[in-house]
Design a protein around this ligand. Structure first.
Ligand SMILES: Nc1ncnc2c1ncn2[C@@H]1O[C@H](COP(=O)(O)OP(=O)(O)OP(=O)(O)O)[C@@H](O)[C@H]1O
Ligand SMILES: [Mg+2]
Length: 320
């Protein structure tokens, strides 16, 4: 399958007293056309920063130092703000964890959705309204005409997330990035929103990059997985391979710390320690201080992300 997005040797970070502190260190992966790719890893490992780098939405102090973000043959990392505005929202759209932060509280839902269409399409005002109503009904919002005039605070969290999805879909993007799109929602609403995302994905043949903490969600909705640790990709595999035989000790730890269905009151495994701070990265393998199989080699020399066949890549000295 052809790839729609290629991230090559991406280094992102900030300047600290003249020293560059890397938040993402040589991140390398691709998203294939029409697939759902999961990005998993503990809090602080760089999942959101990866998404924001693609979208050109990094916080002010943080920059892309080197590397490429190739989308539709263009390197987005090299585009000006104005050029990236053309791509963002139109070809690649993103939905965030907390919809309240991305919806403007002082404009109606209809107003905000129409605005996206105004920026990116040549539709006339009446055509825009028609399209907004169509989008609202497509994402399962009851009474679209009524909700058109509602303000974000008048909707429930699940409804607001649906509005965000409608906004993301407004221009038929080729790729959707969803950063923890359901963690702020309760379990039943979570399932509804995820189902909605997969329906839309197959209908539009869109590529989806789904950032999530939830391995259950990965198993159900994704085809491939990228596991990140401390700003690096440490494993890449198909969902089947990853669940059947996780290779990196960190991935194995993540799997063991996820609750399993049908296993009663199992004591969950804990990966001892925490993700290292970017100001104080361990030498060698970044995971070695927490790894039960670490040897001197792991402490001294950094492993590279190596091909292991079957589309799998692993960054570890001790997995053959
Ligand atoms: N605004 C910011 N300024 C400086 N550093 C930041 C900023 N936001 C995040 N970071 C740093 O970037 C690193 C990666 O953060 P990121 O938000 O990408 O993590 P994440 O994997 O998305 O975590 P989570 O699962 O909690 O959302 C963290 O070490 C964090 O300290
Ligand atoms: Mg995040």
């Amino acid at each position: 399958m052809e790839s729609i997005l290629e991230i090559r040797e991406l280094r992102v970070g900030k300047d600290h007293d003249g020293h560059f502190q890397a938040i993402l260190d040589n991140v390398n992966f691709e998203v294939k056309q029409g697939e759902t790719l999961a990005i998993v890893g503990e809090s602080g490992c760089g999942k959101s920063m990866t998404a924001l780098s693609i979208m050109g939405l990094l916080p002010r102090a943080i920059q892309i130092a080197s590397g490429k973000v190739i989308f539709g043959g263009k390197d987005l990392a090299g585009l000006s703000r104005k050029e990236i505005d053309q791509v963002r929202g139109k070809d690649i759209a993103m939905i965030f964890q907390e919809p309240m932060t991305s919806l403007n509280p002082s404009f109606t839902i209809g107003n905000q959705l129409s605005e996206v269409l105004k920026i990116h399409t040549a539709l006339q005002p009446n055509e825009r309204k028609e399209r907004v109503l169509e989008l609202l009904s497509q994402v399962g919002i009851p009474d679209p005409a009524g909700k058109f005039k509602s303000y974000p605070h008048e909707l429930s969290g699940g409804m607001r997330q649906r509005v965000m999805i409608a906004m993301a879909l407004a221009c038929n993007p080729k790729m959707l990035i969803a950063d923890e799109p359901t963690t702020a929602l309760d379990v039943t609403i979570q399932a509804q929103v995820l189902n909605l995302l997969s329906e839309i994905q197959s209908q539009y043949q869109m590529a989806v990059m789904l950032i999530t903490h939830d391995l259950g969600v990965v198993a159900e909705t994704c085809q491939r997985v990228i596991v990140m640790y401390a700003g690096q990709v440490i494993e890449e595999a198909s969902v089947e391979d990853l669940f059947e035989q996780p290779m990196h000790p960190y991935t194995i730890g993540l799997m063991q710390s996820a609750p399993r269905l049908g296993v009663a009151k199992e004591k969950l495994h804990v990966i001892e320690g925490t993700v290292p701070d970017i100001r104080d990265m361990p030498t060698g393998c970044r995971f070695h201080p927490r790894c039960e199989s670490a040897t001197d080699l792991c402490k001294e020399k950094e492993p590279q992300l190596e091909e292991r066949g079957h589309g799998r890549r692993v960054r570890c000295w001790h997995t053959a």
